[in-house]
Design a protein around this ligand. Structure first.
Ligand code: ATP
Ligand SMILES: Nc1ccn([C@H]2C[C@H](O)[C@@H](COP(=O)(O)O)O2)c(=O)n1
Length: 232
């Protein structure tokens, strides 16, 4: 028997970065993608866009089939300008809208619906292209890209994550209480970890990185080491 090596296709390498809210996934994913020249998938943005589209359509967020239909038919694109990625829904830049609190809460609800997750699965996989992809979310390493050669589960204490979010919002001139943020982070952790569909959990072959006492550059270096070891 002979094999024809020239016809075999090697899938683009994927680095998955999963973890709880505020652990630094988005920050590290963007820096890493820039450094490696890889594409970037912010899967949370897809759940946020679904939530916003459902709210705009007046859909009931518990109506799984209606929200799944909205997810399957999303008219979205991600535009890059000046190194920043913006989310465009039906031709309108909604990058700020999808970060609003009411959309965050709605995203967390629609993300718990199995039919919505199923509707967004192939759309996420379609981001995989050469020379590679960095994908951040909750189930990138467990469900969406189970064959990824590098899987990171990035975490930090809830207190540290609330402090980081507090600083981030204060920097934007948004007034919030640290106690409310901590409560919100704990509630989202609970929902993300305890839902039946693709709950937040490290893949068996993920490397768990606790960034509570490591700065952004330190985390980036550790992830780059994993990439150098596992992706040629
Ligand atoms: N290792 C770190 N040390 C200090 N601050 C950090 C670290 N990593 C991220 N941050 C800061 O924490 C904040 C939250 O980070 P980021 O938005 O990347 O988290 P996330 O995990 O993507 O959150 P979400 O899932 O809610 O989108 C940002 O202000 C970021 O600059
Ligand atoms: N792969 C993913 C990505 C995100 N979610 C959920 C988790 C949040 O409730 C919401 C928004 O995510 P964020 O932008 O804060 O990362 O979507 C998920 O279930 N699976």
């Amino acid at each position: 028997m002979t094999t024809n090596a020239s016809t075999s296709t090697v899938p683009a390498p994927v680095v998955t970065i999963d973890g709880p809210s505020g652990s630094g996934k988005g920050t590290i994913a963007k820096l890493l993608a820039d450094k490696l020249g890889f594409s970037l998938l912010d899967s949370g943005a897809l759940y946020r866009l679904t939530a916003l589209a459902a709210l705009n359509a007046g859909a009931h967020l518990e109506d799984e089939l209606a929200v799944a239909k909205i997810a399957a038919n999303l008219d979205i694109r991600f535009a890059i300008a000046g190194g920043e990625v913006s989310a465009v829904l039906a031709g309108e830049d909604v990058s700020r809208d999808i970060r609003m609190e009411r959309v965050s809460m709605a995203a967390s609800k629609v993300a718990a619906l199995p039919a919505v997750r199923e509707a967004l699965l192939q759309r996420q996989r379609d981001f995989r292209a050469l020379p590679g992809l960095v994908a951040d979310g909750r189930d990138m390493g467990t469900t969406v890209f189970p064959d990824a050669p590098v899987k990171v589960f990035l975490t930090a204490s809830a207190e540290e994550r609330a402090r980081r979010r507090f600083d981030q919002l204060q920097g934007r001139g948004v007034s919030v209480s640290l106690r409310d943020l901590l409560e919100d982070i704990r509630a989202r952790d609970d929902r993300d970890m305890n839902r039946a569909a693709s709950p937040l959990a490290p893949a068996e072959d993920a490397v768990v990185l606790d960034s509570t006492d490591i700065d952004i550059d330190g985390v980036l270096q550790k992830v780059l080491e994993l990439v150098q070891k596992n992706i040629s």
